[in-house]
Design a protein around this ligand. Structure first.
Ligand SMILES: [Zn+2]
Length: 168
């Protein structure tokens, strides 16, 4: 069976920064990545590049930042009143609120975002809400471990089940 829509793919990969060669992440030996091809939210060009492969096949390809997590956008850097970060006592916990910290935040529309603190002033905090990999050209190298037909249940749920997939 080859990788196609409505198959469950499990694979190992190593992701590096295409420009610098710096390693970003790698699946571990006993924890491959498993997903429902064409349904779960994987980078479209990643899916395109493994389409038609079968168990045992290897792959390596790069994806430019614009087609991965997008380019860095200055509009996603925001100034936030420091009062947002006050704890119950009306103070800022400096062990948590510090430059470089990544915090879960909620925007005006209730969307959950992760922001990185860039700067802290007396009355404002500058946060970057760009994806941590925005602006990064990606390079993937890996091996397809298994390809199987998805079950009707997996297709209706929109994710893979089983050993390394979604657990209920
Ligand atoms: Zn499910």
């Amino acid at each position: 069976m080859t990788v196609d829509t409505n198959t469950v793919v499990s694979l190992h990969y190593k992701l590096t920064n295409h420009k610098t060669g710096e390693q970003i992440e790698e699946t571990s030996e006993n924890q491959p990545m498993e997903f429902l091809y064409g349904i779960e939210r994987i980078i479209p060009l990643f899916e395109e590049n493994i389409h038609g492969l079968k168990a045992g096949d290897t792959f390596e390809f790069s994806i430019p930042s614009a087609q991965a997590y997008g380019d860095k956008n200055d509009d996603h850097v925001a100034l936030i009143p420091i009062s947002v970060f006050f704890d119950e006592t009306g103070k800022v916990d400096e062990t948590q609120i510090k430059v470089g910290a990544v915090l879960p935040m909620t925007d005006n529309e209730g969307n959950h975002l992760r922001g990185t603190i860039l700067d802290i002033k007396d009355d404002t905090v500058t946060m970057d809400f760009n994806h941590p990999l925005a602006g990064t050209d990606l390079f993937f190298k890996g091996t397809i471990l298994a390809v199987r037909a998805a079950t009707q249940e997996e297709i209706s749920h929109g994710h893979s089940h089983g050993e390394h997939g979604h657990h209920h």
